[in-house]
Write a protein that binds this ligand. Structure first.
Ligand SMILES: [Zn+2]
Ligand SMILES: [Zn+2]
Length: 227
């Protein structure tokens, strides 16, 4: 036990109840409440189906070949995502990273990939925040799956927050936002993009389109949660 644990007892990062084991991230109760997205999902984009129909695929024609989320976005996952902003980010990245590795290992859908890339932040935003949660998850997953972590794409524009924009505004905002790094050779490559939350999928789709346009053979997306 570290000195820090003696001074401040370890707590569940979701509900803040006391943890018996400092190595745990969330308590037993929260573990039971967290909902896996394990069935009735679209085989392409991983969204929950409504009457066997994928509303996301009806609305978008995604450029990526496949997306899966480990969890449905609920209060436990929301609290954990929130912890990225604070000092617990390594623990959260480790927790999500191992859940994503386990999800990837469930089927052969994520085998045969060449590298893992994050959703990049613009360097100014990255400096302001001090971290990129997608990068933390990408590094964890790359370690877990034993494939290289690469930063192939950079974010060109200082894009506004996506959440309050309409679909059209969001797309215009993302137009040309991503750029391939000069050293990247994607011909025939299979690439996994990693992020924390999949909402509309617009951002990862833009990156997927760029990768495909530059010669990538296959692009899969893996996220911790589907909003
Ligand atoms: Zn808890
Ligand atoms: Zn779908």
């Amino acid at each position: 036990m570290k000195l820090f644990d003696l001074l401040i007892p370890p707590v569940c990062l979701a509900c803040h109840s006391r943890l018996d084991n400092a190595k745990e991230t969330i308590c037993g109760e929260c573990k039971e409440r967290v909902a896996l997205l394990a069935e009735d999902y679209c085989t392409k984009c991983g969204s929950p189906l409504v009457d066997s129909i994928c509303e996301s695929c009806a609305e978008h024609s995604y450029s990526f070949d496949l997306h899966r989320s480990v969890y449905r976005y609920g209060d436990v996952v929301q609290s954990l995502v929130h912890c990225f902003k604070y000092n617990e980010r390594r623990k959260v990245a480790g927790y999500f990273g191992s859940a994503m590795r386990a999800r990837a290992a469930q089927t052969d859908e994520y085998s045969g990939f060449d590298c893992i890339i994050p959703v990049p932040l613009h360097r100014v935003r990255r400096r302001e925040r001090g971290y990129n949660q997608s990068e933390l998850l990408g590094r964890e997953l790359a370690k877990g799956l034993g494939i290289p972590y690469r930063e192939l794409v950079s974010r060109r524009l200082y894009t506004l927050s996506q959440t309050r924009l309409t679909k059209q505004q969001r797309e215009r905002n993302l137009e040309g936002a991503f750029r391939l790094k000069r050293s990247a050779d994607l011909a025939g490559k299979n690439i996994i993009i990693v992020d924390d939350v999949f909402t509309t999928g617009t951002t990862v789709d833009r990156i997927s389109k760029l990768l495909k346009d530059k010669g990538a053979a296959k692009v899969a997306v893996l996220t911790a949660a589907r909003a």
